[in-house]
Write a protein that binds this ligand. Structure first.
Ligand code: HEM
Length: 416
């Protein structure tokens, strides 16, 4: 059984179940990684940060290195020339362990305090309203391109403080940055163009960081650009700022789009819940947790084993990689009753692991939850009888080792 075969990645849930039951720490030879699928074991590894380190940058870079090695010599030369202009970005949160992780995390926490998130509500609501009203101008949509992709992108652009007249470039560059985790092969020319966009995005963001140091505004980049790193009494370097911002663009945008998309698909496949949830914030809140539980946008992330150990009785050696599958843990029947069923009354829906747990628990979770709650509330207010468009293709996930998203979702609905 190979979890990383394309056809399995498209619908990994039967394979996850088999692994949970038979070999919850399963060695995946093709990827040289141990896949962890049971809820208790994923939690155990996440919490033991001394044994399961987050220093797995090499894993994330591997696909780019392979693509580089497989490309023609002239493409390699062009890539090297473009990459020489990249500002080096040190690890800041996702791939860093304590105590360094803690210093950056406490600095970035200032962007996601309860009052910051409250402050963002009018912006989030305005973006949701505008996009929903545009979508409901007709009775059918590609929900991904009409709502799920543009809404989180616009919100992160607004919250960061990206100038309105620079949005076309920012939107394209941020979308490119997130697509690095996809498995869709790129031509040599596309790889060079992507690399150039990444360089341009860096320079663009550095320009805003410097502008906000001169003239602070009410936005996230202002806070980030002017905050001091604990214990060092200094501002962040350009590389550190870019590293944090890059995580927002890669981790924060595509993931929320994915949750919107899978949420809409769940609505279409469970028409009974639509009327029940309309106008009921509590049920919508549980529905959002159920989307994240059933279709974790980040299906899994690696950890580096630092010392010989065992997990669930399976031996692991120092230097090996494990892949924690949040998407499999969330459907573990040992943790959730009827795990494959959407239950908008589920008492423990919030125990899902889609945002991880412990010190690396998703810092953007309050913002993502706010977007999803306000988003589905509005969609249910403006429309009813959401269903799949019989003329559209069968919704199919895009294959990725880490993320899980729908590229397209054709739907129909009645306008309320
Ligand atoms: C539904 C949407 C989202 C999902 C499913 C998600 C998922 C995750 C997961 C699973 C982790 C933990 C990584 C680990 O275990 O190593 C994480 C961390 C992180 N997320 Fe999110 N995320 C979402 C939205 C966002 C948003 C909106 C932002 C920011 C704007 C964001 C920024 C981050 C950052 C910076 C980290 C690293 C935190 C750390 O290592 O301390 N995420 N996210």
């Amino acid at each position: 059984m190979s979890l990383f075969a394309i056809e399995t990645l498209l619908d990994p849930y039967p394979a996850y179940k088999e692994m949970r039951d038979e070999e919850p720490v399963h060695f995946e030879e093709a990827m040289n990684i141990h896949v962890v699928t049971r809820y208790d074991l994923v939690r155990e590894a996440i919490k033991d940060t001394a044994t399961f380190s987050s220093q797995y940058d090499q894993f994330l870079a591997a696909s780019q290195i392979i693509a580089f090695e497989q490309s023609a010599p002239e493409i390699q030369q062009q890539l090297m020339a473009v990459n020489a202009k990249m500002v080096v970005t040190p690890p800041t949160m996702l791939t860093l362990d304590e105590p360094d992780h803690t210093r950056y995390r406490s600095l970035v926490n200032q962007l996601f305090t309860a009052s910051q998130v409250r402050l963002s509500e009018p912006t989030v609501q305005a973006v949701v309203d505008e996009n929903a009203e545009r979508m409901f101008a007709q009775d059918h949509a590609d929900f991904m391109s009409d709502f799920a992709f543009p809404v989180p992108l616009k919100i992160i652009g607004d919250r960061l403080g990206i100038p309105v007249d620079e949005r076309t470039f920012f939107d394209r560059a941020a979308t490119d940055a997130a697509s690095g985790l996809r498995l869709t092969p790129l031509s040599g020319e596309q790889m060079v163009a992507r690399a150039q966009t990444a360089v341009d995005l860096q320079q663009f963001l550095i320009g805003i960081v410097e502008a906000r140091r001169q003239t602070p505004q009410e936005d996230m980049i202002t806070i980030l650009a002017n905050a001091e790193l604990e214990g060092e009494d200094r501002l962040l370097t350009h590389g550190e700022c870019l590293s944090v911002l890059n995580q927002f663009l890669v981790a924060g945008h595509e993931t929320t789009s994915s949750a919107f998309g899978w949420g809409m698909l769940l609505l279409c496949r469970n028409p009974g819940v639509q009327d029940e949830m309309r106008g009921n914030d509590k049920l919508i809140k549980t529905f959002i947790e159920e989307i994240l539980r059933l279709e974790a946008p980040v299906q899994g992330l690696p950890r580096l084993v630092t010392q010989d150990t065992e997990l669930g009785g399976f031996p692991l050696r120092a230097g090996e990689l494990v892949m924690l599958r949040y998407g499999a843990a969330n459907r573990d029947e040992r943790q959730f009753e009827e795990p494959d069923t959407l239950d908008i009354h589920r008492a423990k829906a919030g125990a899902q692991l889609a945002f991880g747990a412990g010190v690396h628990f998703c810092i953007g979770a309050p913002l993502a939850r706010q977007e999803l709650n306000l988003g589905f509330k509005k969609l249910l207010e403006l429309g009813h009888e959401f269903r799949l468009d019989e003329n559209g293709p069968e919704p199919t996930a895009e294959a990725s080792f880490i993320l899980r998203n729908l590229p397209e979702l054709r739907i129909r609905y009645q306008i309320s």
